[in-house]
Write a protein that binds this ligand. Structure first.
Ligand SMILES: Nc1nc2c(ncn2[C@@H]2O[C@H](COP(=O)(O)OP(=O)(O)O)[C@@H](O)[C@H]2O)c(=O)[nH]1
Ligand SMILES: [Mg+2]
Ligand SMILES: [Zn+2]
Length: 341
């Protein structure tokens, strides 16, 4: 733990040093900058990452809101959508990122080589999006909730496509949502098609930087468009057809992209984030991610209790008393079984 904190401190210090180095160079020797053909240093926001290039939105006073295609200096770590950076223009529309500013949070996901790649930075809320169709799986929701808790972020459950709700077919879904409300997770019901609940959701998300996660086809991109009041415009998020090939798992992963809501609030759409695994976590972190289990932590008779058939198991007793749900306990066992040893 102490080791991890030190690493974080070191990283912060390095980030600061990189940020201030850009500033010093600019302030002390403008000739050197113009010698390289670069403009003055400016701040910016990473909107999207395309292979080698990043799309940066300037947050500097004299070019605020303008988009620049930038390369990043090779001494910088991999950057993510939502990162705040220092950059310098080298033409009207391109530039170079010279520093990464301190991150408030970072979501990563494993790539093909099982290395963690940063996906979204400075997120405050993760919107776990579900729908009546495609069917919601508690296991997937719980996996997101564990990840969100481990990152110290806030979770919001969004049930989209309320226009498709069918009392009979969706009884299990309603029970599941009640369970999450009981644990303390906020649940909002919306329809990006009909518009129900969209105004409320927009106000809830106003002060936040939100990343939308959830199965392909639940309507994340549609929601982002509805929240921004954008439909089928060049700047709107791509909405897929449920029956198209990309929803059968054959689609190519598209990069995470940040959208502004008019006024305030930033929304990040990321088709890739649904593939999050927890394999890199330890069992303790997974336990902590089941927030309603907290009162029973360390309360079993045996210190190495696996919560199976052991006598004096606090979790099993909580289950018998109805204090925790069987679905969540099973989900916990399932997630444990997916971890690397
Ligand atoms: N009936 C209904 N369909 C929706 C709603 N929101 C999105 N859809 C449809 O669901 C499909 C998938 O939407 P999309 O936004 O691409 O989902 P994503 O993969 O999560 O980004 C599209 O055909 C949308 O038109 C909704 O509120 N109601
Ligand atoms: Mg989408
Ligand atoms: Zn136990």
């Amino acid at each position: 733990m102490a080791k991890r904190r030190l690493t974080q401190q070191q990283r912060t210090r390095i980030d600061r040093r990189q940020a201030s180095r850009g500033r010093e160079t600019d302030a002390q020797d403008p000739a050197e900058i113009s010698g390289e053909g670069l403009g003055p240093e400016a701040t910016g926001l990473v909107i999207c990452h395309y292979g080698q290039q990043l799309e940066i939105e300037s947050t500097a006073i004299d070019s605020e809101g303008q988009i620049f295609r930038c390369y990043q200096r090779t001494n910088l770590p991999p950057l993510a959508t939502g990162d705040r950076v220092v950059w310098q223009a080298d033409s009207d529309s391109t530039g170079v990122i010279v520093a990464l500013q301190e991150r408030q949070s970072l979501m990563s996901r494993p790539n093909q080589q099982a290395n963690l790649r940063p996906v979204a930075a400075n997120v405050t809320v993760v919107a776990v999006t579900i729908a009546p169709l495609p069917q919601a799986f508690a296991n997937l929701i719980d996996r997101y909730l564990v990840m969100i808790h481990s990152l110290g972020l806030r979770a919001l459950l969004i049930l989209n496509k309320t226009d498709l709700l069918d009392a009979e077919r969706d009884a299990a879904l309603e029970t599941m949502l009640k369970n999450y409300v009981g644990i303390g997770y906020p649940v909002l019901r919306v329809s990006s098609r009909g518009g129900d609940g969209i105004d409320t959701l927009r106000e809830v998300l106003r002060p936040e930087t939100v990343v939308f996660v959830g199965q392909s086809g639940v309507g994340k991109s549609s929601l982002i468009n509805a929240l921004r009041g954008e439909q089928n415009s060049p700047g709107s998020a791509d909405v897929g057809d449920l029956s198209s090939a990309r929803d059968k798992g054959t689609h190519t992963t598209t990069a995470a992209r940040l959208y502004h809501m008019p006024g305030s609030g930033d929304l990040i759409d990321s088709p890739g984030i649904r593939e999050f695994g927890l394999w890199h976590m330890d069992a303790d972190t997974v336990f902590d991610g089941f927030v309603e289990f907290a009162p029973y932590k360390g309360m079993c008779r045996f210190r190495d209790c696996k919560h199976q058939q052991e006598p004096g198991c606090a979790l099993k007793e909580a289950l018998a008393k109805g204090e925790i749900s069987e679905a969540r306990l099973n989900s916990y066992f399932f997630l444990l079984s997916t971890l690397d040893d």
